[in-house]
Write a protein of this length. Sequence first.
Length: 385
Amino acid sequence: MPKLKNPTIKLQRESLKNVLKYVYKAVPSNPSLPILSSLLFSLKDKTLTLSSTDLYFGIRSQVATTSDEKTTFVIPGSIFKDLINSFENEIVEIEVLENRIKVSSGKSSAEIPTQPYHDYPEFPDISEKVISLPTQLLGEIDDYVCFAAGTDQARPILTTLLLKIKEEGTEAVATDGFRLATLKVPQISSKKEINILIPAKYFTEVKNIAEQSSVDEITIYAENELKQLRFEVGQNNIYVRLIEGEYPPYEKIIPSHLPIEAFVDGESLKGELKRAHILAKEVSNIVELVIGDNLNKTKNALESMVIRANSANQGKYEGVCSLNNEVSQTLPISFNVNYILDFLINCNPETLSICASESLKPVMIKVPDKSNYRYVVMPFRVSST
């Protein structure tokens, strides 16, 4: 009886490197199960599928091959990735042997032990289409909204991005309890109302892969019983476990009566806040903005804004930004400076408007060319000195 030939997979090294770049994003640094540090390989119909997961976030990416055989194996992820990145020849061959694989490129080769592929977690079948989103919109949502989500895993609902898809349009919302970002997109709608809670950090990864893959749009599929989503991004499928819970009633904190509106240059304000932050680190990053004031108390004070930071041990900082308009009154407000800097760094507005009513009531920040965008920040109460 003739000896069966071992399955052999021939690949372009650059194509394999690109796939590994995506798949390795879901390999956990501290896996809850040892096998999660490995990659699952599946060869079928001249396509090699690489998979990884941390049980909450998973990626499956495909790369074409000339092999028409069928095989499945699991190998340590970091060893394989580092080995492929070290090769210089353009062609990589993987020969599947008993309990190991042989990886060859040019005159170099290495053998890596395999693990039982049945021990690797299965990926669910998620086929119910929810909606398709342009990649450009993913970028806008990530830039303008995701940064406002929380990072405290003790409050998982606040680490999510809420997508509210309705007949009149889609709204993206994120809040950490101290700030809120919301972007409405009327051109993306659905007759069926859908609310999706996606961990914001995973949405950012989906956006990054979509941009790196140069796809025009992505498609979202859902499996409601399993509480999972699948994002189809070109040759990549990204699996995300949804967060369960009730999102806070964020509409209640969006202020409506804001008689004071100050227009200011984004770069000027960013520079002043960065300098104030140097001295504010010791005092919980609290910086005071005095709208309608300047250091010289001149008659043009209502066309300026003072930025102050005061630390008993480190000293104090004062700076002035010119406003693009004259405000109706002087108003001091104290903020965590990071909340404003995060907005300025992520959104990078040329001009912004700061809308307020009282020193201790929520402040709304708007961007003139983004009429459907709102960023709300809660001020901080500071003791008088």
